[in-house]
Design a protein around this ligand. Structure first.
Ligand SMILES: [Zn+2]
Length: 223
């Protein structure tokens, strides 16, 4: 997708500049730009003006710096995947995020100016046994929700809110590369599981690993 269709990419700037950018944003109107789509309707993606993030989305207010676009986003834009928040027609896209913190609760470990990424999935409300122990990526009943994908607006807006416990702070030197944290976490999880499987054997020491699939996540895993 060409960047000119997604003006949010204009926020691909380093800290000194984006600090100025979000200072201006604070003074702006209560409307912001967002990438939205009607799930199930092919090619319905567009740039919309929407209200500022709802407080209910989380206590950490973030200025978006970059948004990653992956195969899931392409599927959503193609109408093959995704679902809007309850009662809404359109879904705000974007689950691979990178932003700078505008404000955060004093009691949290997140502070203004931090470079952060928002976690995508939220546990199901039941919860199932996996969600109950914090492994919501293993959700067993499918009632989980996901930012920018399933029943929750995503991070593809000029600003977003996220709960402190679903906010990952990055080292400031990581810069733009931080937008790869979410897809890299998938590869890291795969390696974590491989390690656990390997340790079941006292003698098996694999020297070669086959990564099936040639998509970006597969390539990340090979790195
Ligand atoms: Zn669950």
């Amino acid at each position: 997708m060409e960047s000119e269709k997604f003006p949010i990419c204009a926020f691909r700037t380093m800290r000194p500049v984006w600090q100025l950018t979000f200072e201006n944003a604070r003074k702006a109107s209560r409307i912001m730009r967002a990438l939205t789509v009607v799930p199930g309707v092919p090619n319905s993606a567009r740039l919309d003006d929407i209200p500022e993030p709802l407080n209910a989305d989380g206590a950490v207010l973030v200025q978006t710096l970059m948004i990653g676009v992956c195969g899931t986003d392409r599927d959503i834009v193609s109408g093959r995947y995704g679902s809007s928040p309850p009662g809404r027609e359109r879904l705000v896209l974007g689950h691979e995020s990178l932003g700078g913190v505008l404000s955060a609760p004093a009691e949290s470990s997140i502070v203004g100016g931090d470079l952060v990424v928002g976690i995508v999935r939220r546990p199901d409300p039941v919860p199932c046994s996996a969600c109950a122990c914090g492994e919501w990526d293993m959700c067993r009943n499918g009632l989980y929700t996901e930012r920018g994908i399933k029943h929750r607006n995503g991070y593809g807006a000029e600003r977003f809110r996220v709960e402190p416990e679903f906010t990952i702070a990055l080292g400031p030197t990581l810069g733009d590369v931080g937008v790869l944290l979410e897809p890299t976490s998938i590869a890291a999880k795969a390696w974590d599981h491989i390690d656990r499987i390997v340790t079941r054997s006292r003698c098996w020491r694999p020297q070669v690993v086959l990564v099936s699939g040639a998509g970006p996540v597969g390539l990340l895993a090979q790195l």
